[in-house]
Design a protein around this ligand. Structure first.
Ligand code: NAD
Ligand code: UGA
Length: 459
């Protein structure tokens, strides 16, 4: 079959895989190929055991795979055949050298630029899908212009706003699609070509175009704003615990103001995920590099409060359990950084587990999807850790339960049965405020919600 366009995506991760699967499903006239250096990942994309867990993803992949959606390790062939290349490689925080712990590590991204130059033999549109520091497109252009073949590459920024756990829905019904380009004739034309892809299923008014730098920076700012809301409500949760105010009532009252809105105001053990912290630290680093230290300090505080909240959660567990947890069995309910994903990157569970192990607790980690990743995250740590997907089994003989992830299944557990199997006094620390605290208290638990009065049976 002859396709109208050949689309390539370099990077078959949490973004590249789902995004391209949806594009392929919605644009049957385009051939979409996703390539990656990781052979195991590609093998799994070609099977029904996908490398990532996302509700609804397998159906979308199956609907297009082998028809106009292909996964491959042949990067060179993919580049040669492509009209449009999305670059969706990882851009983690640098762990070495200048900017370590703050700046983005752009080595994977730069490698793709060189690969494109090496293998391309005609003009192409290059789309930044990865989240990148503002003005990265300029560096991309410099590398691409080094080609001696007289071919033109137009660089476009099309940041991705999907959230894990709802990636398919976010891609099918995005709030907006942002496309940044050079404000030149060829830049605008390329932006229109990318817009035409999304126009297959996204309403025209939701496809926003802007200059390149605004698009790149909007992505960092969107994540910073979202994380800032969580840090704001988490900071308030600490004050609630001192004053007997209820953080959920405050979220509701404050979020009812239409100027503020109700979403992203759930107090938690802290935000996790591969991007919030990394993107804010990157924003802080960029601000410092422009000597905007006050601006940098402002955004840094969002990350600082997140660390404080995780620390506070652990301190509370230790304090309430009579200042020692040595040898006590504690169950972490959930390890994924949020519900509906198996992803554990930057999960608050990692910090909580590490600290509890330092205090020599015996941990049991339970999660419906994230145990494989949890094992990897905790593999280097000393201490006693078991893994059990069954919360009922995990809780037998435990002294405490700490809710780390807001999985829906935890709301529906039979806590009377769980309580009966636990050692007494039994403690429950709800790091997500998802459980019925009064009911748990009546069952016999000593209950410690976040940002709400605790409910204990101690005199
Ligand atoms: P990921 O680590 O899951 O996937 C990246 C993939 O790129 C990996 O499979 C890796 O093997 C591959 N790769 C790296 N270098 C390569 C190369 N030279 N050639 C071919 N493949 C290469 O990362 P992700 O979560 O998909 O994130 C990708 C980008 O999207 C990041 O910049 C991230 O900040 C951004 N982002 C992520 C999310 C999310 O929910 N995870 C959402 C929006 C934006
Ligand atoms: C986030 C953004 O929401 C996406 O728009 C963005 O594309 C993505 O980062 C990215 O750039 O990677 P994601 O990290 O997948 O998506 O998940 P979120 O739903 O944003 O949750 C992030 C963290 O905040 C989770 O740990 C979640 O539990 C926590 N959270 C969220 C709260 O603690 N309280 C809330 O009210 C909402």
């Amino acid at each position: 079959m002859k396709f109208a366009k050949n689309i390539l995506c370099i990077g078959a991760g949490y973004v590249g895989g789902p995004t391209m699967a949806v594009i392929a499903a919605k644009c049957p006239g385009c051939k979409v190929t996703v390539v990656d250096v990781n052979e195991e990942r590609i093998r799994r994309w070609n099977s029904d055991d996908l490398p990532i867990f996302e509700p609804g993803l397998l159906d979308v992949v199956r609907s297009a795979r082998g028809r106009n959606l292909f996964f491959s390790n042949d990067i060179a062939a993919g580049i040669r055949a492509a009209d449009i290349i999305f670059v969706s490689v990882n851009t983690p925080t640098k762990t070495f050298g200048h900017g370590a712990g703050m700046a983005s590590d752009l080595q994977y991204w730069e490698k793709t630029a060189h690969e494109i130059v090496a293998h391309a033999d005609r003009s192409k549109i290059i789309v930044e899908k990865s989240t990148l520091p503002v003005r990265t497109a300029e560096a991309m252009e410099c590398i691409l212009q080094e080609n001696k073949k007289g071919i033109h590459f137009e660089v476009i920024s099309n940041p991705e706003f999907l959230s894990e756990g709802s990636a398919v829905m976010d891609l099918l019904e995005p709030d907006r699609v942002l496309i940044g380009s050079r404000q030149t004739e060829s830049g605008r034309k390329a932006a229109q070509e990318i817009a035409a892809i999304f126009a297959h299923w996204v309403a025209a008014e939701k496809i926003i175009t802007s200059n390149l730098w605004s698009a790149e920076l909007s992505k960092l700012v969107a994540n910073a704003f979202l994380a800032q809301r969580i840090s704001s409500i988490n900071a308030v949760s600490a004050l609630c615990e001192k004053t007997d105010a209820d953080v959920a009532e405050i979220s509701f009252a404050v979020g009812s103001d239409t100027r503020i809105g109700p979403r992203f105001l759930n107090a938690s053990v802290g935000f996790g995920g591969s991007c919030f912290k990394k993107d804010i630290l990157n924003l802080v680093y960029i601000c410092r590099s422009y000597d905007l230290n006050e601006v940098a300090d402002y955004w840094q505080a969002v990350v600082d409060i997140n660390e404080y909240q995780q620390e506070r959660f652990v301190r509370k567990i230790i304090k309430e359990m009579f200042n020692t947890i040595v040898g006590k069995k504690i169950v972490l309910l959930g390890f994924a950084f949020k519900a509906n994903t198996g992803d554990t990157r930057e999960s608050p569970g990692i910090f909580v587990a590490g600290k509890l192990l330092e205090e020599r607790a015996q941990l049991v980690i339970s999660d419906p999807q994230a145990l494989e990743n949890a094992r990897k995250e905790l593999s280097g740590l000393d201490g006693s850790v078991e893994y059990d997907p069954d919360p009922y089994r995990a809780a037998v003989d435990a002294q405490a339960i700490a809710v780390i992830t807001e999985w829906d299944i935890y709301r529906k557990l039979d806590f009377a049965k769980i309580f009966a199997s636990m050692r007494k006094p039994a403690f429950l620390f709800d790091g997500r405020n998802i459980l019925d605290h009064q009911k748990l208290f009546k069952i016999g638990f000593n209950v410690f919600p976040l940002g709400k009065p605790s409910l204990t049976h101690f005199k």
